[in-house]
Write a protein that binds this ligand. Sequence first.
Ligand code: FMN
Length: 130
Amino acid sequence: MVLNKELQDAIEKNLVFLATASKEGVPNVVPVGFARPLNGETILIADNYLNKTRQNLDENPRLSLIPQDAKAFPFQVKGTVEIFESGEYFDQVTEWAQNVMTELEPKSAILFKVEEIYSVQPGPNAGKKL
Ligand SMILES: Cc1cc2nc3c(=O)[nH]c(=O)nc-3n(C[C@H](O)[C@H](O)[C@H](O)COP(=O)(O)O)c2cc1C
């Protein structure tokens, strides 16, 4: 299952919520503005301020995301991440963040590989894998 163009646009243009879990299973959710699909299977995230989120991803590289506007886009995206503190993805995230706000200094680039998409639409398909 891949992100369709509409969902890619929704992720790029609006806030998303990122849910992670520590190795003990303690959940953490944060809003993030800098999330940009590179294609239907990969989302690039700028880590400007992530703390517990980053620690959780270091311990357990699994991520779940929902768009802020879940009413319009009732999807839950799940997958695994790779974290880059230098190189092509890090440079891309730095340029992107600094084009928006010159003072931003991303700590890392998070490459989120989409593996599963579920519906969260209330009704008979709630929670069903797409
Ligand atoms: C509207 C909004 C947008 C945000 N966008 C980002 C972002 O794009 N990147 C980022 O690293 N943090 C962003 N943050 C900050 C994180 O949500 C959060 O403060 C940070 O991850 C620390 O929380 P944690 O310790 O639970 O990870 C944003 C916060 C708000 C309120």
